[in-house]
Ligand binder design. Sequence first.
Ligand code: ATP
Ligand code: MG
Length: 325
Amino acid sequence: MARILTGIQASGKPHLGNILGAILPAVELSKNEKNESFLFIADLHSMTTVKDAQQLTENTQAVAAAWLACGFDTEKNYFYRQSRLAGYHTELMWYLNCLTPYPMLANAHSFKDKSDKLADVNAGLFTYPVLQAADIVLYQAEYVPVGKDQKQHLEMSKDIAAAFNRTYGDAFVLPEPKIDETVMTIPGIDGQKMSKSYGNYIDIFLPEKQLYKVIKKIVTDTTPLEEPKNPDTCNVFALYNLMASEEQVKEMRQNYEGGNYGYGHAKKALHELILEKFAKQRELYNYYMENLDELEAKLQEGERKAELIAKQTMETVRKLLGFIS
Ligand code: ATP
Ligand code: MG
């Protein structure tokens, strides 16, 4: 049996990038009888960017509802909030902090990228990969499916876990990233990586009209309606291409190249495609957001199950560290 772990931050509403890049592939893997999946909401990580308690709670609910809407089976698997097991996660993070070389963190692409873009460059952002390593090895995860943007972080997790094993003795399974090469980094409405914290995302669970408003904001060039357009440099086309059938993509390409087809038309087609593709998920998402008690009950049950494993790992770790005789 393979143990698989995936986390998503509660730094904003779950978006198309998260869904195509992480949630749907993780749900697929979790359906395999041979796999045991740990899916958690990284609400401690989100504190690096979200400083509003109400916002954090709402984002957490939205991310949890998205997992359930995409078909995650919480009975077979593990479903929990990092914050509810914070004692284990942050204690382990401290131990791992003391084994993590400073330059490893200073050279992280994601840190450099975020510190360029965000006004609040805090220590949490810097030590983010160490908490991530703790999240993973605490549950002895073997595989971590992630988008390409997380590849380096995963390499760091493995290095940090290996450093612990070398220094104190074997405590951790060394995690391997599982990167689906067919899923690219999905662009946001401004063409940069779609990210919750960059505010450039498409929340596919928005009510129809609001969703359309966001789609209308996708940045395009100013080629006039009559003229032919290059689909390969257009964000709208790129997003459409990720979800549409081969036939639909072919048709859209012809529309672009033929002229007399405006970006407004393409945006309308993208809106319709999202509504059609995610109809079932949108309905389920709304159900859970209106029945938060049910959502909460599933999380608490998951947290009870996850704690049993976290506790076991921490007992081994504390013994190896000489904290338990
Ligand atoms: P933040 O801006 O707070 O970092 P995020 O939108 O990048 O948020 P994360 O919670 O960091 O989302 O990542 C959750 C999962 O979603 C990861 O597996 C990550 O690889 C994947 N993911 C995030 N953004 C994209 C994207 N644009 N395309 C594909 N996968 C993505
Ligand atoms: Mg991210």
